[in-house]
Design a protein around this ligand. Structure first.
Ligand code: SAM
Length: 290
């Protein structure tokens, strides 16, 4: 079996298949055996697990995941990688390569279709794994979180700076709409840093592995989830403004008097900045909008 955890093997494969790393698709391949093992170990894979991997690349994580999980579905956008990936995965276990765009994928439908309904919507929950393509990290995360897929756990590698935003708390410069959304759908933790030297080619920035444990229900009660996220985006849209000015100027409708009343009803000081509000406060604010 080809050992893709070595940069020399990755180079050989690329030469042999006449391909190169496509920067536009965020192709930085993991080439550090210890790091690959460490990522797989925190996913807690067992033979009962179904894993959906996003962007298998040349299979560095895929091969190891397939040795621990019952089945791996690997969604890869770059069709040029599929022939080498097939070679790398030969004899690796139960892995299916799924050509396609993860941003467009209905993961529950895919899991159901590939397991005869055992996993996915109405079936068992599955795990998501991925060294995510950096150019679409935020939209991909939002797709995974807001899609209400039957996912129990995500182990993802992302840029350190994005990981900090994901897990940020109110009042910090990293805290933003992504932090609030992640908190609404999941419990998140940065597990460890991954230096740029673990990749081929090295990306020039450090990354981090993040664990997202998806909640079975939201931690705050809101009747209109869509409105909650509109309010959050409005509050962060103009970070330097007070909450009152940001909301009144946001296009959500309502003049200053309206928002003053809403904020008062929610027990929030209109002079605060949006970036200081907790998820519970955003929820309380949303509930007072009529
Ligand atoms: N998992 C491999 C590894 O760790 O070495 C590759 C990770 S590389 C950072 C990201 C992978 O995602 C690439 O293989 C890239 O082609 C793929 N990719 C990029 N955009 C994608 C998309 N929209 N859907 C699925 N895969 C995508």
């Amino acid at each position: 079996m080809l050992d893709v955890s070595k940069p020399a093997t990755v180079r050989d494969i690329m030469r042999h298949y006449g391909i190169s790393c496509r920067k536009s698709l965020g192709q930085n391949f993991l080439v550090d055996r210890n790091m690959i093992k460490k990522i797989i170990s925190v996913a807690g894979l067992t033979p009962e697990c179904l894993v959906v991997e996003i962007g298998p690349g040349l299979g560095a994580l895929t091969v190891q995941a397939a040795q621990k999980a019952g089945k791996v579905l690997a969604v890869e956008l770059d069709r040029g990688l599929i022939p080498p990936l097939n070679e790398v995965l030969e004899g690796a276990g139960d892995v299916e390569i799924v050509p396609g765009d993860a941003l467009e994928t209905d993961f529950d439908a895919l899991a159901g279709e590939k397991t005869g309904g055992t996993f996915g919507r109405g079936g068992q929950a599955y795990k998501v794994l991925g060294n995510l393509p950096y150019y679409i990290t935020s939209p991909l995360l939002m797709h995974l979180l807001t899609g209400r897929f039957n996912i129990s756990l995500m182990i993802i590698m992302i840029q350190l700076e994005v990981a900090a935003r994901l897990t940020a708390v109110p009042g910090t410069k990293e805290y933003g709409s992504l932090s609030v959304a992640v908190q609404y759908f999941a419990e998140s933790k940065i597990l460890f840093r991954v230096p740029g030297s673990c990749f081929f080619p090295p990306p020039g920035v450090d990354s981090a592995v993040v664990r997202l444990s998806l909640r079975s229900g939201p931690p705050v009660a809101v009747h209109d989830e869509e409105l909650l996220f509109k309010v959050v985006r409005a509050a962060f849209g103009q970070r330097r403004k007070t909450l009152l000015n940001a909301l009144a100027g946001s296009g959500l409708g309502g003049d200053k008097d309206f928002w003053l009343q809403v904020l008062e009803n929610a027990g929030l000081d209109p002079r605060r900045r949006g970036e200081t509000l907790t998820l519970a406060e955003f929820a309380a604010l949303t509930e007072k909008i009529k």
